[in-house]
Design a protein around this ligand. Sequence first.
Ligand code: PEP
Ligand code: MN
Length: 336
Amino acid sequence: MIIQFDKNAAPDQKDKIIEKMESLRYKSTLVSTQEGDYLVGTGKREFDIRELGHFPGIDDIHIVSDDYKLVSRKWKVTPTRIDLGDGVCIKEGGLAIMAGPCSIEGEEQIAKTIDHLTGNDVKIMRGGVYKPRSSPYSFRGMGIAGLKTWYELASKAGIKIITEVMQVSQIEEMYDYVDIYQVGARNTQNFNLLDELGKVDKPVMIKRGISGTIDELLYSAEYVFSAGNERLILCERGIRTYERASRNTMDLNAIPILKEKTHLPVVADPSHGIGIRHHVEPIALASIMAGADGIIYETHEKPEEAYSDGQQTLNFAESKQLIRKMRQVVDLRERL
Ligand code: PEP
Ligand code: MN
């Protein structure tokens, strides 16, 4: 159950509701976000909702049968919009394009990528400065210095930044330089990190775990929301299966299923999803037709020289073509 408090509900009104919940043997979790104050009630006993309805301080009560509550579409029928400012918005029915290299490599590479993005009217740049790598000997990112350089160039060009945060101590140092924190597939169930991201007022995009189920992804989002941050985006990036012909198995099924289960925007990552450069385009286009609200993909001036994930990275000509086709497919999706 989710109780939405009135904007000006007094503390003693909230206490009385919590007491009532206790008497009904419901566990209460108070949640306070950018948008409002909620009380999440979990319990087994059925009771007549009218027992609560007359308490002052309540704006609305919702019965949510799912085990995850706040991220469920069952209570929040209006889909969540993530407004990044300057007219950049991630929302249902739209197409947020987030493009850039796997790893941020230096000033020249950043500047060339920004030129490519602005030339194609793309407003969000991706890139890693803290890279989770399978081998400790691989390039592990430029760190905070790289992020600062990136921010300086991106903000001048009106480009928003999405980048991965790998641990709690990085949240604060990155804060002034990011527009969206990305939680990578290897950290989807790092619950301490999720709890701490609940305390910031910037959007968070959570990627599906390497072998994670759809429900596990929703629970990860529930962690962040229940800790106080409801500006959330989910990302399908492929999962590990027995198939070895592609890097991961892009789970297109997850897109409509997530859209049905949650009010949060759903983004697809075809680069990590298939891991093969010349197949990124069809998977991106298929993701849009499956209902994705955005596409995040890797692009680099010279993919063969990229410090990481070159095999799945589009060059700028391929990226330009993909952007054009994605926009055509969104128009088609609207018309169907
Ligand atoms: C990335 O976006 O570069 C990345 C490391 O992705 P994932 O966490 O999905 O593997
Ligand atoms: Mn990558």
